[in-house]
Design a protein. Structure first.
Lengths: 115, 109
């Protein structure tokens, strides 16, 4: 297994443009997390899914952000319209949840720069 | 609400010196605590979790419920320990996993 796969690895866009980040989970995992990493705030949880269902999206900054999980192995995070303050590294992580919290397996991240 | 606090953004120690990375948490129930590490140009990965009570790469962490802390310790720092360290908390099961802001450990040769 290649692990969690994120694309694109780097994205440079202009303010106002739509950005779509993609994440492929590890086969068999049933939970998916999206995090945003910045120097000031570290790793912020944006949203997480269990069995394809969004459970908590309270970390999503505002309505410009949306996330979907159309099937058990794939998720997207969309920002529309993008703003310079959205510049960050976005990580997704997947795990197999049981009674205990399993190890999170992270992707390599998508570095977003909004000019 | 659950919160994880890592008070130090940067910790510099000399090789061979002891290391302690601080982590305090706020959670009303019984938490599961973790340490994750991100080496340069590598993915974030699990270092250890409190329920395993294990030592990984010489690191240990003890959950202190009285002080609501989960500090990461190593008696003798090595250069290869230089990395970004994140403390994380979960309410268990299908709960969310919250991370602290991270501490960059720099081991000086």
């Amino acid at each position: 297994d290649a692990g969690v796969i994120q694309s694109p690895r780097h994205e440079v866009t202009e303010m106002g443009q739509e950005v779509t980040l993609r994440c492929k989970l590890i086969s068999g995992h049933n939970s998916l997390f999206w995090y945003r990493q910045t120097m000031m705030r570290g790793l912020e949880l944006l949203i997480y899914f269990n069995n394809n269902v969004p459970i908590d999206d309270s970390g999503m900054p505002e309505d410009r952000f949306s996330a979907k999980m159309p099937n058990a192995s794939f998720s997207t995070l969309k920002i529309q319209p993008s703003e310079p303050r959205d510049s960050a590294v976005y990580f997704c992580a997947s795990t197999l949840r049981t009674l205990n919290t399993g190890e999170l397996f992270f992707g390599e991240g998508s570095r977003l720069t909004v000019l | 609400a659950q919160r994880v606090t890592q008070p130090e953004k940067l910790l510099s120690v000399f090789k061979g010196a002891p290391v302690e990375l601080k982590c305090n948490y706020s959670y009303s129930g019984s938490p599961e605590l973790f340490w994750y590490v991100q080496y340069s140009r590598q993915r974030l990965q699990l270092l250890l979790r409190h329920i395993s009570r294990e030592s990984i790469k010489g690191f240990t962490a003890d959950l202190n419920k009285g002080e609501t802390s989960f500090h990461l310790k190593k008696p003798f720092a090595q250069e290869e320990d230089s990395a970004m360290y994140y403390c994380a908390l979960s309410g268990g099961g299908y709960q969310k996993v919250t991370f602290g802001t991270g501490t960059k450990l720099q081991v000086i040769p």
